[in-house]
Design a protein around this ligand. Structure first.
Ligand code: ADA
Length: 530
């Protein structure tokens, strides 16, 4: 597989007219983060040359839409921002070929799954590495690993093959030759000398089949009662919602920054990230696998109303991105649940129909993980019976109507406890709760670091001390640029959602230390109890 990252020719055009490619851009990058193109909407054209030939698979992740031109001919296109998509085509004779990726960040098309009212920024460009691989007849294209039993190391393997199936499979584990077996597209196998994957000891294995290798981890999930269980034991998820964004890089943040975000979260004592609100990049999940961070991965949606939920193009796109997400991330032990349709109109019939549809699509691909969506309608939701985990986005102490003041923190605990008493037959997660703070505001009023710190202390203490909760994802890890159409001075100052406990440049607000202290005090208490 070739990585096509590096410096490419680039042009921006307002209307999509074919450009002169007079400037240069790095790939991956978002074109609308800096210089004269800051905040511009239009078309970003990226061009490079590649030596290759024959049948190939090109893989890309970008937004908001893009098309792939190979020697001037369109060989694929995407309307699924943040999804990794693969395009198989005949690249022609062995030799030099020209690849153009024409991206745009236009909004407003009805069936689109990114909308102009979303509370995060819709960047244009190539968000992640572009790769190309030559496809040979009979090659293993993908190995899918499903851990079946964490006590014996039994796993199920399913193989995707390109072209004719090979006669034999040569299998190795962790670099040691294991067996040669006749071809089967699916089989169960016990991993020799298997090690369990846990957040504390995230031990990975590698399987190689006919020279193609993947990493995987052996761990199981159980959501049959009202506690989520990992490897047969109740697990409490504690962490953050995280947008993959930064002012300088937009959605194309470098892997070093992703790694430092994940390390901070881990070192604080957290074990959980909800990848809000779109499929995660491969390298983020690889890091989570290695660090032992548990991930809720979800497909792109945000507060969609019944007319979107019933729109055929929107439905088709939701199904397609759910399928792509599950296939892409199946092998990652860190991914412990699938999500979709954040805060959709889950008290509508259209919402219910789409939940059932997406649940069925995901269940058809993966029986090993729970499926959920984050609801902001705890009182009126009609979809809870059709998912595995109850996940609530609630904002006591912040969105409490006009009477919400800096004295409102007292409402947080009773509201959380009310839901813990009500939702008792499935695992319960608080998938969002949060409070905005502007760095340096020390007034003690709403929007100050003090008020945010006081509120998050109550939240973490309440959830950590109460076993009726299976998890918490605070809204949010760091401040994140919001989309222009909903920026307004009173709710999104600076054009940002300011509920981060770090700023967009990862400067900690007072809440960060408070959370660290609460977690460390709690884990000391737990240790002294055991
Ligand atoms: C919602 C939404 C988040 C964010 C949050 C807020 O719950 O899911 O993306 O917009 O509200 O800050 O208001």
């Amino acid at each position: 597989m070739k990585m096509l990252n590096g410096i490419w020719d680039f042009s921006f055009t307002l209307k999509g007219e074919y450009p002169d490619f007079k400037s240069k851009r790095i790939v991956p990058s978002c074109f609308d983060t800096d210089g004269l193109l800051f905040g511009q909407r239009g078309f970003g054209w990226y061009r490079t040359n590649i030596m290759i030939g024959g049948m190939v698979k090109l893989s890309c992740r970008g937004g908001l839409h893009y098309s792939i031109l190979w020697d001037g001919r369109e060989v694929g296109n995407s309307v699924l921002p943040w999804s990794r998509e693969e395009f198989v085509f005949n690249a022609g004779e062995e030799g030099k070929h020209t690849l153009i990726i024409k991206t745009d960040n236009l909004v407003g098309k009805k069936g689109d799954i990114f909308k102009e009212n979303y509370d995060f920024y819709g960047y244009g460009g190539i968000y992640d590495q572009v790769t190309i691989k030559r496809l040979e007849d009979g090659m293993i294209d993908r190995i899918n690993v499903f851990p079946l039993d964490h006590t014996t190391g039994l796993i199920k393997i399913s193989l995707d093959v390109f072209g004719h199936t090979p006669e034999k499979l040569a299998i190795s584990f962790d670099g040691e030759k294991y067996d040669n077996i006749p071809f089967a597209s699916e089989f169960d196998i016990k991993v020799p000398n298997f090690r369990l994957w846990t957040p504390e000891h995230p031990q990975l294995h590698t399987i190689t089949v006919n020279s193609v290798s993947v990493n995987f981890g052996i761990r199981t999930l159980d959501w049959s009662g009202n506690r989520l269980k990992l490897n047969g034991k109740p697990v409490k998820l504690i962490g953050y919602n995280r947008h993959e964004t930064h002012p300088e890089f937009g959605a194309a943040i470098p892997d070093s920054l992703t790694a430092s975000d994940l390390l901070r979260i881990k070192e604080q004592g957290c074990n959980f990230i909800r990848g809000a609100h779109y499929p995660q990049k491969e390298s983020m999940l690889e890091l989570a696998d290695k660090l032992g961070i548990l991930i809720w991965e979800e497909s792109l949606a945000w507060g969609n109303k019944a007319d979107d939920l019933a729109n055929l193009e929107f439905i088709r796109a939701q199904i397609q991105q759910a399928e792509l997400m599950v296939r892409k991330s199946l092998n990652h032990p860190s991914v412990i649940m699938w999500g979709f349709l954040n805060e959709h109109e889950s008290d509508s019939q259209a919402g219910l129909e789409l939940v059932k549809k997406l649940y069925g699509v995901i269940r058809g691909l993966d029986i090993s993980r729970p499926i959920t969506f984050a609801s902001n309608k705890p009182e009126t939701d009609i979809c809870f019976d059709f998912v595995d985990i109850i996940a609530l986005n609630v904002y006591p102490g912040w969105y409490d109507g006009d009477e919400c003041t800096e004295n409102s923190s007292g409402r947080i605990r009773p509201v959380l406890q009310k839901y813990a008493s009500r939702f008792t037959d499935k695992p319960l997660i608080i998938s969002e709760i949060g409070f905005a703070a502007l760095l340096g505001d020390r007034s003690g009023l709403r929007w100050s670091e003090e008020y945010q710190a006081e509120c998050v202390k109550i939240v973490f203490e309440t959830i950590l001390d109460d076993d009726r909760f299976s998890g918490l994802a605070l809204w949010q890890f760091c401040d994140a640029k919001s989309f222009t159409a909903i920026q307004n001075f009173t709710q999104r100052p600076r054009g940002y959602n300011n509920k981060g406990v770090l700023t967009e440049f990862r400067v900690p607000k007072s809440a960060w230390k408070v959370i660290s202290d609460v977690i460390s005090k709690h884990s000391c208490q737990q240790k002294s109890k055991s």
